[in-house]
Structures are given as structure tokens and as C-alpha cells.
Write a protein that binds this ligand. Sequence first.
Ligand code: FES
Length: 68
Amino acid sequence: MYVCLCKGLTESDVRAAGRQGFLTTRQIVAEFGLRDNGCCGRCAKNIHELVSLAKSQLETTCQNPVRS
Ligand code: FES
């Protein structure tokens, strides 16, 4: 699913950036140039929601580790 129409950025791109160490909305916005001229910045809210969801899922996983 596209999260940024200006840059053609998908949810998968945001997740990949997270795995590469871009862990805040600000870092992701800077990495993909979402404040560049010609970009509207409307996607920052959606990116923030993705980051928040990923962090809450990570916290849940850390609190309830899967044991094998
Ligand atoms: S939709 Fe992402 S900068 Fe416009």
C-alpha cells in the first residue's frame, strides 16, 4: 500500500527503513526527502502511525517472547 504518493513510497519501504535503523518519523521523512520542494508532507501522519504501530508491536513481542 502506498503511504506517500509524492515519492511513491510504500508501507514496505517504510518497514525496510525501520529495519535499517530509521526508527522515528522524523528520520524516515528526512531519509526519503518528504519535505523536499514539490512534496506535500501529508504522508507524515500515516508514517507516524506506522512507526507507532511497529513500536507497540515490538514492545509486545519483547514483553511476550516466543519460546521454542
Ligand atoms: S504524500 Fe508524501 S510528501 Fe506528499
